[in-house]
Design a protein around this ligand. Structure first.
Ligand code: NAP
Ligand code: MN
Length: 278
Protein backbone atom coordinates (compact mmCIF):
# COMPACT_ATOMS: atom_id res chain seq x y z
CA UNK A 1 0.00 0.00 0.00
CA UNK A 2 1.38 3.40 -0.93
CA UNK A 3 0.79 6.10 1.60
CA UNK A 4 -0.18 9.32 -0.11
CA UNK A 5 -1.20 12.56 1.43
CA UNK A 6 -4.36 14.40 0.37
CA UNK A 7 -2.69 15.83 -2.73
CA UNK A 8 -1.95 12.32 -3.95
CA UNK A 9 1.83 12.36 -3.70
CA UNK A 10 4.36 10.94 -1.29
CA UNK A 11 4.44 12.62 2.12
CA UNK A 12 7.16 15.28 2.24
CA UNK A 13 9.15 15.04 5.49
CA UNK A 14 11.67 17.53 6.90
CA UNK A 15 13.99 16.32 9.67
CA UNK A 16 15.36 19.03 11.95
CA UNK A 17 17.79 18.13 14.71
CA UNK A 18 19.97 19.84 17.29
CA UNK A 19 23.67 19.04 17.58
CA UNK A 20 23.47 16.53 20.41
CA UNK A 21 24.98 13.14 19.62
CA UNK A 22 21.73 11.38 20.56
CA UNK A 23 19.68 13.66 18.30
CA UNK A 24 21.98 13.15 15.33
CA UNK A 25 21.71 9.40 15.77
CA UNK A 26 17.92 9.56 15.67
CA UNK A 27 18.09 11.87 12.63
CA UNK A 28 20.39 9.45 10.74
CA UNK A 29 18.07 6.56 11.43
CA UNK A 30 15.07 8.52 10.12
CA UNK A 31 17.03 9.70 7.07
CA UNK A 32 18.09 6.15 6.24
CA UNK A 33 14.54 4.83 6.63
CA UNK A 34 12.76 7.48 4.57
CA UNK A 35 15.40 7.68 1.84
CA UNK A 36 14.61 4.12 0.80
CA UNK A 37 10.85 4.57 1.04
CA UNK A 38 8.73 5.60 -1.93
CA UNK A 39 5.88 6.76 0.33
CA UNK A 40 8.01 9.49 1.86
CA UNK A 41 10.06 12.22 0.26
CA UNK A 42 12.76 13.91 2.34
CA UNK A 43 12.73 17.67 1.82
CA UNK A 44 13.29 20.76 3.95
CA UNK A 45 11.22 22.69 1.40
CA UNK A 46 7.41 22.66 1.61
CA UNK A 47 7.20 19.69 3.97
CA UNK A 48 3.91 18.14 5.05
CA UNK A 49 5.49 16.86 8.26
CA UNK A 50 8.37 18.39 10.24
CA UNK A 51 10.13 16.03 12.63
CA UNK A 52 11.98 17.99 15.30
CA UNK A 53 14.64 16.06 17.22
CA UNK A 54 15.94 17.53 20.48
CA UNK A 55 13.82 19.14 23.19
CA UNK A 56 11.01 21.64 23.47
CA UNK A 57 13.55 24.34 22.57
CA UNK A 58 14.25 22.54 19.28
CA UNK A 59 10.54 22.36 18.53
CA UNK A 60 10.37 26.10 19.16
CA UNK A 61 13.08 26.61 16.51
CA UNK A 62 11.29 24.26 14.09
CA UNK A 63 8.08 26.26 14.61
CA UNK A 64 9.85 29.48 13.63
CA UNK A 65 11.53 27.87 10.61
CA UNK A 66 8.10 26.99 9.25
CA UNK A 67 5.94 29.71 10.80
CA UNK A 68 4.89 30.99 7.36
CA UNK A 69 3.63 27.51 6.43
CA UNK A 70 1.59 26.65 9.52
CA UNK A 71 -1.48 25.94 7.38
CA UNK A 72 0.02 22.93 5.68
CA UNK A 73 2.69 21.67 8.08
CA UNK A 74 2.19 19.20 10.91
CA UNK A 75 4.91 18.80 13.54
CA UNK A 76 6.21 15.74 15.41
CA UNK A 77 8.71 16.02 18.24
CA UNK A 78 11.28 13.44 19.29
CA UNK A 79 12.88 14.20 22.65
CA UNK A 80 16.44 13.11 23.31
CA UNK A 81 16.54 13.19 27.08
CA UNK A 82 13.54 13.29 29.39
CA UNK A 83 9.93 13.54 28.19
CA UNK A 84 9.22 16.97 26.71
CA UNK A 85 5.98 18.93 26.50
CA UNK A 86 5.68 19.01 22.73
CA UNK A 87 7.71 15.97 21.91
CA UNK A 88 5.65 12.79 21.69
CA UNK A 89 8.46 10.31 21.21
CA UNK A 90 11.63 9.54 23.11
CA UNK A 91 14.81 8.66 21.20
CA UNK A 92 14.38 4.92 21.84
CA UNK A 93 10.89 5.03 20.30
CA UNK A 94 11.91 5.89 16.71
CA UNK A 95 10.58 2.58 15.35
CA UNK A 96 7.21 3.37 16.87
CA UNK A 97 7.30 6.83 15.24
CA UNK A 98 8.08 5.33 11.81
CA UNK A 99 5.26 2.80 12.25
CA UNK A 100 2.80 5.54 13.22
CA UNK A 101 3.83 7.78 10.32
CA UNK A 102 3.20 4.91 7.91
CA UNK A 103 -0.31 4.51 9.33
CA UNK A 104 -0.94 8.26 9.47
CA UNK A 105 -4.21 9.47 7.94
CA UNK A 106 -3.57 13.18 8.35
CA UNK A 107 -5.14 13.64 11.78
CA UNK A 108 -3.85 16.46 13.91
CA UNK A 109 -3.95 18.13 17.31
CA UNK A 110 -3.98 21.92 17.16
CA UNK A 111 -2.93 24.51 19.71
CA UNK A 112 -3.34 28.31 19.56
CA UNK A 113 -0.51 30.70 18.68
CA UNK A 114 0.02 34.30 19.76
CA UNK A 115 0.02 37.18 17.28
CA UNK A 116 2.03 40.31 18.18
CA UNK A 117 2.14 43.77 16.56
CA UNK A 118 4.79 46.27 17.65
CA UNK A 119 4.09 49.86 16.55
CA UNK A 120 6.97 52.37 16.60
CA UNK A 121 6.81 56.16 16.75
CA UNK A 122 7.88 56.50 13.10
CA UNK A 123 4.84 54.47 12.05
CA UNK A 124 6.62 51.18 11.37
CA UNK A 125 4.79 48.05 12.50
CA UNK A 126 6.63 44.80 13.21
CA UNK A 127 4.60 41.62 13.34
CA UNK A 128 5.51 38.33 14.99
CA UNK A 129 4.02 35.02 16.00
CA UNK A 130 4.86 33.14 19.19
CA UNK A 131 4.44 29.54 20.22
CA UNK A 132 5.43 30.11 23.88
CA UNK A 133 5.31 33.80 24.77
CA UNK A 134 6.18 37.40 23.98
CA UNK A 135 7.79 39.52 26.68
CA UNK A 136 8.48 43.25 26.81
CA UNK A 137 11.09 44.63 29.19
CA UNK A 138 12.93 47.86 29.74
CA UNK A 139 16.45 47.10 30.88
CA UNK A 140 18.02 50.49 31.67
CA UNK A 141 15.19 51.90 33.84
CA UNK A 142 11.84 50.91 35.30
CA UNK A 143 9.31 50.09 32.60
CA UNK A 144 6.23 52.27 32.93
CA UNK A 145 3.38 51.15 30.69
CA UNK A 146 -0.38 51.25 30.52
CA UNK A 147 -2.06 47.87 30.21
CA UNK A 148 -5.25 47.95 28.15
CA UNK A 149 -7.42 44.84 28.03
CA UNK A 150 -10.13 44.90 25.40
CA UNK A 151 -10.23 48.70 25.34
CA UNK A 152 -10.38 48.93 29.15
CA UNK A 153 -7.46 50.94 30.50
CA UNK A 154 -6.72 48.45 33.22
CA UNK A 155 -3.60 49.60 35.08
CA UNK A 156 -0.39 51.58 34.89
CA UNK A 157 2.37 48.99 35.29
CA UNK A 158 5.74 49.78 36.79
CA UNK A 159 8.44 47.15 36.99
CA UNK A 160 10.76 45.06 34.84
CA UNK A 161 8.25 44.01 32.20
CA UNK A 162 5.28 41.91 31.16
CA UNK A 163 4.82 38.51 29.56
CA UNK A 164 1.95 37.35 27.36
CA UNK A 165 1.95 33.59 27.05
CA UNK A 166 0.10 31.04 24.95
CA UNK A 167 -1.40 27.97 26.67
CA UNK A 168 1.56 25.92 25.37
CA UNK A 169 3.93 28.52 26.79
CA UNK A 170 2.27 28.40 30.20
CA UNK A 171 4.74 25.75 31.41
CA UNK A 172 7.76 27.76 30.18
CA UNK A 173 8.78 31.32 31.23
CA UNK A 174 5.21 32.04 32.35
CA UNK A 175 5.49 29.36 35.03
CA UNK A 176 8.76 30.80 36.36
CA UNK A 177 6.94 34.13 36.70
CA UNK A 178 4.30 32.53 38.92
CA UNK A 179 1.70 32.11 36.18
CA UNK A 180 -0.80 29.25 36.03
CA UNK A 181 -0.45 26.11 33.92
CA UNK A 182 -3.12 25.99 31.21
CA UNK A 183 -4.08 22.90 29.25
CA UNK A 184 -2.81 23.65 25.70
CA UNK A 185 -6.21 23.12 24.08
CA UNK A 186 -7.64 26.16 25.94
CA UNK A 187 -7.96 29.17 23.67
CA UNK A 188 -6.69 31.82 26.05
CA UNK A 189 -3.69 34.05 26.67
CA UNK A 190 -2.03 34.70 30.00
CA UNK A 191 -0.72 38.12 31.02
CA UNK A 192 1.98 37.84 33.71
CA UNK A 193 4.00 40.50 35.49
CA UNK A 194 7.79 40.54 35.69
CA UNK A 195 8.74 42.13 39.03
CA UNK A 196 6.07 44.80 39.38
CA UNK A 197 6.53 47.65 41.85
CA UNK A 198 3.73 47.66 44.40
CA UNK A 199 3.62 50.12 47.26
CA UNK A 200 1.41 52.96 48.56
CA UNK A 201 1.88 54.93 45.36
CA UNK A 202 2.08 52.39 42.57
CA UNK A 203 -0.45 49.62 42.06
CA UNK A 204 -0.81 46.66 39.71
CA UNK A 205 -3.16 43.69 39.98
CA UNK A 206 -0.31 41.41 41.07
CA UNK A 207 -1.74 38.11 39.86
CA UNK A 208 -1.48 36.74 36.36
CA UNK A 209 -4.63 37.01 34.28
CA UNK A 210 -6.19 34.56 31.82
CA UNK A 211 -7.61 36.43 28.83
CA UNK A 212 -10.16 34.78 26.50
CA UNK A 213 -9.77 34.45 22.74
CA UNK A 214 -12.01 37.38 21.84
CA UNK A 215 -10.04 39.86 23.97
CA UNK A 216 -7.12 41.89 22.77
CA UNK A 217 -4.24 43.06 25.02
CA UNK A 218 -2.39 46.31 24.46
CA UNK A 219 0.73 47.56 26.26
CA UNK A 220 1.51 51.26 25.85
CA UNK A 221 4.96 52.32 27.16
CA UNK A 222 4.86 55.72 28.85
CA UNK A 223 8.53 56.59 28.52
CA UNK A 224 10.84 56.95 25.56
CA UNK A 225 13.77 54.60 25.43
CA UNK A 226 14.84 51.16 24.35
CA UNK A 227 12.47 48.26 24.89
CA UNK A 228 13.52 44.64 24.69
CA UNK A 229 10.93 42.44 23.07
CA UNK A 230 11.40 38.67 23.12
CA UNK A 231 9.38 36.34 20.96
CA UNK A 232 10.06 32.78 22.16
CA UNK A 233 13.83 32.28 21.68
CA UNK A 234 14.45 35.53 19.74
CA UNK A 235 15.18 38.94 21.28
CA UNK A 236 14.86 42.33 19.58
CA UNK A 237 15.49 45.89 20.76
CA UNK A 238 13.20 48.71 19.67
CA UNK A 239 13.49 52.42 20.24
CA UNK A 240 10.37 54.46 20.98
CA UNK A 241 7.65 51.87 21.02
CA UNK A 242 4.15 53.38 20.80
CA UNK A 243 2.28 50.18 21.57
CA UNK A 244 2.46 46.39 21.49
CA UNK A 245 -0.73 44.47 20.72
CA UNK A 246 -1.43 40.81 21.43
CA UNK A 247 -4.20 38.43 20.45
CA UNK A 248 -4.73 34.76 19.61
CA UNK A 249 -3.82 34.33 15.96
CA UNK A 250 -6.01 32.74 13.32
CA UNK A 251 -3.35 30.10 12.69
CA UNK A 252 -2.70 27.16 15.00
CA UNK A 253 0.34 24.94 15.38
CA UNK A 254 -0.68 21.48 14.23
CA UNK A 255 0.87 18.30 15.56
CA UNK A 256 0.57 14.87 13.99
CA UNK A 257 -2.02 13.13 16.15
CA UNK A 258 -0.54 9.93 17.44
CA UNK A 259 -2.05 7.07 19.35
CA UNK A 260 1.03 7.60 21.46
CA UNK A 261 0.18 11.08 22.69
CA UNK A 262 0.94 11.23 26.43
CA UNK A 263 -1.53 13.02 28.68
CA UNK A 264 -0.59 16.66 29.26
CA UNK A 265 -0.96 16.18 33.02
CA UNK A 266 1.47 13.25 32.87
CA UNK A 267 3.99 15.58 31.21
CA UNK A 268 3.46 18.30 33.81
CA UNK A 269 4.03 15.72 36.53
CA UNK A 270 7.10 14.33 34.79
CA UNK A 271 8.62 17.79 34.31
CA UNK A 272 7.91 19.41 37.67
CA UNK A 273 7.06 16.75 40.26
CA UNK A 274 8.75 13.48 39.32
CA UNK A 275 7.97 10.09 40.82
CA UNK A 276 6.20 9.88 44.14
CA UNK A 277 7.10 6.96 46.34
CA UNK A 278 3.91 6.61 48.30
P1 NAP B 1 16.68 27.76 26.90
O1 NAP B 1 17.05 28.77 27.93
O2 NAP B 1 17.73 26.98 26.22
O3 NAP B 1 15.63 26.71 27.52
C1 NAP B 1 14.56 27.05 28.27
C2 NAP B 1 13.97 25.82 28.94
O4 NAP B 1 12.56 25.89 28.77
C3 NAP B 1 14.39 24.45 28.39
O5 NAP B 1 14.54 23.56 29.46
C4 NAP B 1 13.24 24.03 27.51
O6 NAP B 1 13.04 22.65 27.42
C5 NAP B 1 12.09 24.64 28.27
N1 NAP B 1 10.89 24.91 27.50
C6 NAP B 1 10.76 25.51 26.29
N2 NAP B 1 9.47 25.59 25.94
C7 NAP B 1 8.76 25.02 26.95
C8 NAP B 1 7.39 24.80 27.19
N3 NAP B 1 6.48 25.23 26.31
N4 NAP B 1 7.03 24.22 28.34
C9 NAP B 1 7.94 23.81 29.25
N5 NAP B 1 9.25 23.99 29.10
C10 NAP B 1 9.66 24.59 27.96
O7 NAP B 1 15.84 28.53 25.78
P2 NAP B 1 15.17 28.00 24.46
O8 NAP B 1 15.29 26.52 24.38
O9 NAP B 1 15.63 28.85 23.36
O10 NAP B 1 13.66 28.35 24.81
C11 NAP B 1 13.18 29.66 24.86
C12 NAP B 1 12.17 29.69 25.94
O11 NAP B 1 12.83 29.74 27.18
C13 NAP B 1 11.28 30.89 25.93
O12 NAP B 1 10.17 30.73 25.07
C14 NAP B 1 10.87 30.99 27.39
O13 NAP B 1 9.64 30.32 27.64
C15 NAP B 1 11.94 30.24 28.14
N6 NAP B 1 12.58 31.15 29.08
C16 NAP B 1 12.43 30.91 30.40
C17 NAP B 1 12.93 31.79 31.35
C18 NAP B 1 12.69 31.50 32.78
O14 NAP B 1 12.05 30.50 33.08
N7 NAP B 1 13.16 32.35 33.67
C19 NAP B 1 13.62 32.92 30.94
C20 NAP B 1 13.78 33.14 29.59
C21 NAP B 1 13.24 32.24 28.66
P3 NAP B 1 13.98 21.65 26.59
O15 NAP B 1 15.14 21.37 27.50
O16 NAP B 1 13.13 20.46 26.39
O17 NAP B 1 14.39 22.31 25.32
MN1 MN C 1 14.55 19.25 28.14
Amino acid sequence: MTQMNITGRATRVAIISNNKYQSKRVASKLFATFKEDKDFYLSKKNPDIVISIGGDGMLLSAFHMYEKELDRVRFVGVHTGHLGFYTDYRDFEVDKLIENLRADKGEMISYPTLKVHITLEDGRIFTARAFNEATIKRIEKTMVADVIINKVKFERFRGDGLSVSTPTGSTAYNKSLGGAILHPTMEALQLTEISSINNRVYRTVGSSMIIPKKDHIEIVPKRQGVYTVSIDNKTMHYKNVVKVEYWIGSKTINFVATPFHTSFWERVKDAFIGDLDS
